[in-house]
Ligand binder design. Sequence first.
Ligand SMILES: Nc1nc2c(ncn2[C@@H]2O[C@H](COP(=O)(O)OP(=O)(O)OP(=O)(O)O)[C@@H](O)[C@H]2O)c(=O)[nH]1
Ligand SMILES: [Zn+2]
Length: 369
Amino acid sequence: MSSDFIKDRGQISVERALAEFRAGRPVRITGRGTSVLAVGIEGLDEELAAALERKAADRARLVLPTARLRRLGAERASAGIIALPEIDLRRVMHLSLASDARLDAPVGCLQPLDEAALELARLSLVLPAVVTVSVSAEDPALADVVAVSEDDIAAFRRSQVRSLRIVGRAPVPLEGASETEFVVFRGGEGLRDQVAIVVGRPDLAQTVPVRLHSACLTGDLFGSLKCDCGDQLRNTVQWMAENGGGILLYLDQEGRGNGIANKMRAYKLQAQGFDTYDADEILGFGLDQRRFDFAAEMLRQLGVASVSIMTNNPEKIAALKAAGLAVVDEQRVIGRPTSENIRYLAAKRERAGHFIDIDALSAHLPPRD
Ligand SMILES: Nc1nc2c(ncn2[C@@H]2O[C@H](COP(=O)(O)OP(=O)(O)OP(=O)(O)O)[C@@H](O)[C@H]2O)c(=O)[nH]1
Ligand SMILES: [Zn+2]
């Protein structure tokens, strides 16, 4: 395509690669004079496995993140690979996903481009488990496979913050908050636009109450009893409307940034007794994959410099401070405790240091029906 239409070739090639990964098709990753074909395990079937093996210049590799390798019994500081003499689908799925799986081979060090393949999986919100095979860069049969460079993958998240821009805004009266404006940004994390909800008329020259709210379909929309997000969302808007206004950032970070499909996989594991963080670790996710640098940029573009942040999450406070915003004070945002979410809230406090008073919450648990 002519350069008239292409402004940021690198960002575009990553966006195309994300679409391929989500469709379960392989992508060719290039860099350091080498090339690999990479495919997320969700897209793997017998036919694709055989095609990869035909193209492979050496043995296929299953690339797994630190969290998953830890679950398999290998304590490591970085991701690693398990060599695949043959791409045996049953073995690949078991090693990548089963909650009772243990290592059946030594873990090797990442080979060039393997980490880029894993980052592509994370960015495309599929399971963070990838099969890679080294291939020759000149193979004509790979001409129609979407190619992307290792460097462009590594730079993508930063470019998404840099390119963040307002693409639309309009008044949307809400129940209990009639003077509200939705401001839509393109860029940031996730695969959809981000929305800043300006409640009332906050004086941007003063300290502005703000909340960084990660999207939670189950809680925000359907009133899930498994978390406190829906209450936090509505209570925050209500409080802002009654107290001089504020800004709620509604961020495309479903599932602590892992996406709704992975959150449902985690919920299925939670139904088997795992807590919210162990369930994520079984799937290969660390404690919390989210970043909030782009949220700070959204506030900056809205003209906010000094904030009173409404959260229990120390990571969010630290992120706004690191981005240079003045965090003047913090307000806790607590939803109703339920017998289904009290363990989730306790885990956030015990394992992620959230400022949640579990004893006070437990005292208000509704009687078991
Ligand atoms: N992976 C995973 N994500 C979850 C689970 N329960 C809720 N979430 C997600 O957790 C996030 C909660 O977002 P927030 O309420 O903005 O943030 P927080 O980290 O809880 O901190 P606060 O600002 O104090 O609420 C959303 O992305 C939810 O989809 C779970 O069990 N597993
Ligand atoms: Zn939730």
